[in-house]
Design a protein around this ligand. Structure first.
Ligand code: PSU
Ligand code: MN
Length: 304
């Protein structure tokens, strides 16, 4: 197995058994517009640091898989155009061709696990798209959660997805899905999706203990911790529903498919909400970075 190239900060922390939180890069290249993407990436790293952990942003740059980027690498990635989006299927080919690519939730889980990082914080995971019964569009993130032992902190999944089907597939795949300190599964920009989450967690210690126990039990795969956006940062589901429907109709009319679907919808929702979706998105990512750092600290504390 190869190990990602670690930044000095990440290498030191891992060698000393100090807490590290992995961060994804597709959110930078495909999830947010310039320059908010760079500002957010920096703020997320700062938030992880103030939470007492070391941030490790994962990406492939010129064919090299990194865990932990320099300030220059982060900025170059945020400015770059036409960067590849790397899920499980794409990472090796990108490295073989010496190219640059940003890792999705699935890709980041793979990089984090190779580096020896157990926790990863992001905004939202991919899932089962609306209309999947025709398109078969189900994110590889779900299968990755089923096979790679990383605990992923996200604000649930976006209402651009079919949330009931997403939860069903996660259940089928045996992925633990916790709502954090509430019963409902959160829906990214909104605190509730109206669906009850399969599991509920009250503390970072409990999440860390479950992560360890899965390893002890020989269970493959990770955990999804769905951390609701703070009430003050929320956009009500009713406000978003017609906007999402419009973005979806446009995607269909323009024949957008495959990897292009999620970035297209995110961009259109940003435009149609006059940027409000982005403000909420940034707030929830920071909220997840804080919780990710707390979980990483618990995992770095030897179990009694
Ligand atoms: N959902 C978001 N923001 C994102 C993504 C999803 O709210 O930036 C990105 C993540 O990198 C996620 C990927 O892993 O999109 C899922 O893409 P797909 O649906 O093509 O698997
Ligand atoms: Mn897809």
């Amino acid at each position: 197995m190869i190990r990602p190239t670690l930044s000095p900060e990440v290498a030191d922390a891992l060698a000393d058994g100090r807490p590290v939180v992995a961060l994804e890069s597709t959110i930078i290249t495909h999830g947010m517009p310039w320059p908010q993407n760079l500002e957010t990436a920096r703020l997320v790293e700062e938030t992880v640091r103030s939470g007492g952990a070391v941030p490790a942003t994962i990406a492939v740059i010129d064919g090299v898989l990194y865990a932990g980027l320099t300030a220059e690498q982060l900025e170059a990635l945020a400015r770059a155009q036409g960067v590849a989006k790397l899920s499980r299927a794409d990472i090796a080919a990108c490295m073989a061709q010496g190219r640059t690519g940003a890792t999705t939730v699935a890709g980041t889980m793979i990089g984090a696990h190779l580096a020896g990082i157990d926790v990863f914080a992001t905004g939202g995971i991919g899932g089962v798209h609306k209309g999947a019964e025709d398109s078969f569009d189900i994110s590889a993130d779900l299968h990755e959660l089923a096979r790679t032992p990383v605990t992923v902190v996200a604000a649930g999944a976006k209402a651009i997805l079919d949330l009931p089907k997403t939860l069903e597939v996660l259940e089928t795949l045996g992925v633990p899905v916790f709502a954090y300190r509430q019963d409902d599964f959160p829906a990214f920009w909104s605190r509730s999706s109206g669906l009850t989450a399969p599991l509920r967690a009250e503390s970072p210690a409990e999440i860390a203990a479950a992560h360890r126990l899965r390893g002890d039990l020989g269970l493959d795969g990770g955990q999804l911790v769905a951390n609701p956006i703070k009430a003050g940062d929320e956009i009500p589901a009713e406000t978003l529903a017609p906007i999402i429907a419009q973005a979806q109709a446009e995607a269909e009319a323009q024949g957008i498919s495959g990897k292009g679907v999620t970035p297209f919808l995110l961009q259109r929702i940003f435009e149609l909400t006059d940027g409000r979706s982005l403000t909420s998105n940034i707030a929830l990512v920071l909220n997840n970075a804080r919780l990710g750092a707390e979980i990483a600290r618990e995992l770095a504390t030897p179990a009694l």
